[in-house]
Design a protein around this ligand. Structure first.
Ligand code: PMP
Length: 351
């Protein structure tokens, strides 16, 4: 194409979401969804909202903010809630807060949406290498100002940095915006939310897609200082004043308030993860320590791509990445105990 706009199209390098197969009989361990249904409380709340669908939703989603405020012990003014998952909140963050004269920093191996947003919003970035054990080296993220973003725990590795290191990073970067993407924090990690009360430059982003089994509802939230939340509100209101529909607000609120269901399901996933990790090690896999709802593992004698294909042929979907730095690894979502049992039996039959 030689038209002037071909370069505009070339610049866009979209994220390709994980496969969502149409068949029902597939064991789906490829997109880090929760294997358990969401809180039963959400049904009643959402049905109750049906008759009101003729009305616009509350643009501020105050009942949801109140629920988050209660459960996470932060003021309502320090909460931003957003539609279409935390991905859309991340988009607002890149758009409104991370654009800078200096390149923004994120890990070399991390959530592959970050460079996509950079391309969309014309943001320059620098990828910081992980250490030899796939850990994020927060000591390498020192900047006079600008932006820093990383998932904690990281994806797709599953590894976590302790909260003391994050506090240290904040102390060393008082003039940079530091964004911690906590999509997987509920599976055994310590959240940085309490640090938002002490550090004005910290923004923590969470999602209801993983630990609350609501990937299909598309709701996320961010917690931070008043100026950072105000910035996100301005981006939101320049983009779509109603990011959450009535059903999403009702369902998400009920989910946040159902602490029992949340505790039960996340503990179950943590237990299954530890069992699966041991079983994979017994099969000869090298498994990275994980604080997420997935495992990142490679077999020293079997090619990652081939293993991925062999599992696929037997109806088990896991995630494989083409990046040569990690192409020997499989990222395996923690399913139910039964699903993990079928996975390990299948692996032992093909190894
Ligand atoms: N951050 C990370 C690190 C993720 O892996 C994901 C899920 N793909 C997200 C954010 C976004 O999740 P969602 O849009 O479903 O909230």
């Amino acid at each position: 194409m030689s038209r002037y706009w071909s370069s505009l199209i070339d610049r866009l390098t979209p994220y390709i979401p994980g496969e969502q197969p149409k068949q029902q009989n597939v064991i789906k361990l490829n997109t880090n969804e929760n294997p358990y249904p969401p809180s039963p409380m959400i049904k009643e709340a959402m049905i109750g909202e049906m008759d009101r669908l003729r009305l616009y939703p509350d643009p501020n989603a105050d009942i949801l903010k109140d629920a988050i405020s209660k459960v996470y012990e932060v003021s309502r003014e320090n909460i931003f809630v957003g539609g279409n998952g935390s991905d859309e909140i991340l988009a607002h963050i890149f758009h409104g807060l991370l654009k800078h004269d200096l390149p923004i920093l994120f890990p070399e191996i991390t959530y592959s949406f970050y460079p996509v947003y950079c391309a969309l919003y014309d943001i320059t970035f620098e990828k910081i290498p992980l250490d030899g054990s796939f850990q994020i080296r927060l000591g390498d993220y020192i900047r006079p100002n600008g932006g820093i973003i990383f998932p904690n725990p990281n994806a797709p590795t599953g590894c976590i940095r302790p909260i003391e290191e994050i506090e240290n990073l904040l102390k060393q970067n008082p003039d940079s915006i530091v964004v911690v993407d906590e999509a997987y924090i509920d599976f055994g990690g310590e959240s940085a939310i309490p640090l938002t009360k002490k550090y004005e430059n910290l923004l923590v982003v969470q999602t209801l897609s993983k630990s609350r089994s609501l990937a299909g509802l598309r709701v996320g939230f961010a917690i931070g200082s008043l100026p950072l939340i105000e910035a996100l509100e301005r981006v939101k209101n320049s983009f779509n004043s109603y990011p959450l529909d009535r059903l999403a607000i009702a369902g998400a609120t009920a989910s946040i308030l159902d602490r029992n269901h949340f505790e039960k399901t996340r503990q179950k996933i943590i237990e299954t993860r530890e069992q699966l990790s041991k079983k994979l090690e017994n099969l000869g896999f090298f498994v990275l320590p994980s604080k997420t709802n997935f495992l990142f593992a490679r077999h020293p004698e079997h090619d990652g791509k081939r293993l991925h294909q062999m599992l696929r042929d037997k109806g088990i979907l896991v995630r494989h990445f083409t990046d040569p730095k990690i192409n020997q690894y499989l990222r395996i979502t923690i399913g139910t105990e039964e699903e993990c049992e079928i996975l390990t039996k299948t692996l032992s039959s093909i190894l």
